[in-house]
Write a protein of this length. Structure first.
Length: 277
């Protein structure tokens, strides 16, 4: 086993969500400061009524704008809504959002021609895509299915829009992580996060295959699994999978570089000036 690279002094959490009892993000900021998390991606979710979904997106936008040096905000949208989804995407972009969160599990394939105009709009607006991949916990009355979100179903749009970063969550899911390896090794604009639970499971049960993901394409995300204990577990799993010499990349540099390139984070001096206003 290769010698492990020292951990970075600061972390970048590439996959997380705010809670409903944290309307201004102050609780999350306190958690980040405690655990040496310099910056974090926070995203909307598709659960609840249409009104609740809009409120969660609004909370995400509001908090990410309040702390532009700490949060990358991502809105949840459903590409099946056509022009309405594209209009919402444009409004989010005007409010400094550079990321869209998708949940194909709800019943659509990302390579369906009907949703292609949505991805064209994402590309035109210089935004990135982060999609749930793999298993999605069952909800009463819904027929969610993981096969809608297999990474291979993103291959067409990844190729069609080569300047758009596509981030596949949870290592691509338990059933799809081989396709994740295929895309991350063959397309320059495909990335992956190893957030729990499936991301952690892939590292645990298939470390040799997971280790085939290029180290510059992999990002750590906690997805609510906070604390030093969780980070220590990930460090062990990543080292076992062969990422030991690349811990700085996985825990910080890859995400920082990608989102800085997108202009999704503002320098601290700029953030302070905006706060004083």
């Amino acid at each position: 086993m290769a010698k492990s690279d020292p951990m970075p002094r600061r972390l970048f959490d590439a996959h997380n969500h705010l809670s409903s009892d944290d309307p201004d993000g102050s609780k999350m900021i306190a958690h980040m400061d405690r655990d040496s998390v310099e910056a974090m991606v926070i995203m909307g979710l598709p659960f609840g009524s249409a009104r609740q979904i809009r409120a969660f997106n609004e909370q995400t936008i509001r908090v990410s704008r309040a702390y532009p040096d700490r949060f990358v905000g991502g809105v949840y949208l459903d590409p099946r809504k056509g022009k309405k989804a594209i209009d919402e995407l444009k409004r989010a972009r005007k409010r400094d959002i550079r990321l869209v969160k998708l949940f194909p599990n709800l019943g659509y394939f990302p390579d369906d021609r009907k949703v292609r105009p949505f991805f064209a709009a994402v590309a035109k607006l210089d935004m990135a895509v982060l999609s749930h991949c793999g298993w999605l916990w069952p909800q009463p009355g819904h027929d969610y299915a993981s096969y809608y979100s297999h990474p291979g179903r993103f291959e067409k749009v990844v190729r069609l829009f080569p300047d758009t970063p596509f981030i596949l969550a949870h290592m691509g899911g338990i059933a799809g992580f081989l396709e994740t390896v295929m895309l991350t090794t063959r397309t320059p604009n495909t990335y992956v996060d190893c957030s729990p639970g499936q991301g952690r499971d892939v590292l645990r049960f298939a470390p040799k295959i997971a280790g085939s993901v290029p180290p510059e394409k992999l990002m750590w995300g906690s997805d609510g699994a906070y604390g030093a204990v969780s980070v220590a577990k990930y460090r062990r799993l990543l080292t076992r999978a062969g990422f030991g010499p690349h811990l700085k990349k996985v825990f910080y540099q890859n995400a920082r570089g990608l989102f800085d390139k997108l202009g999704a984070l503002k320098p601290k001096k700029t953030a302070r000036k905006r706060t004083r206003k």
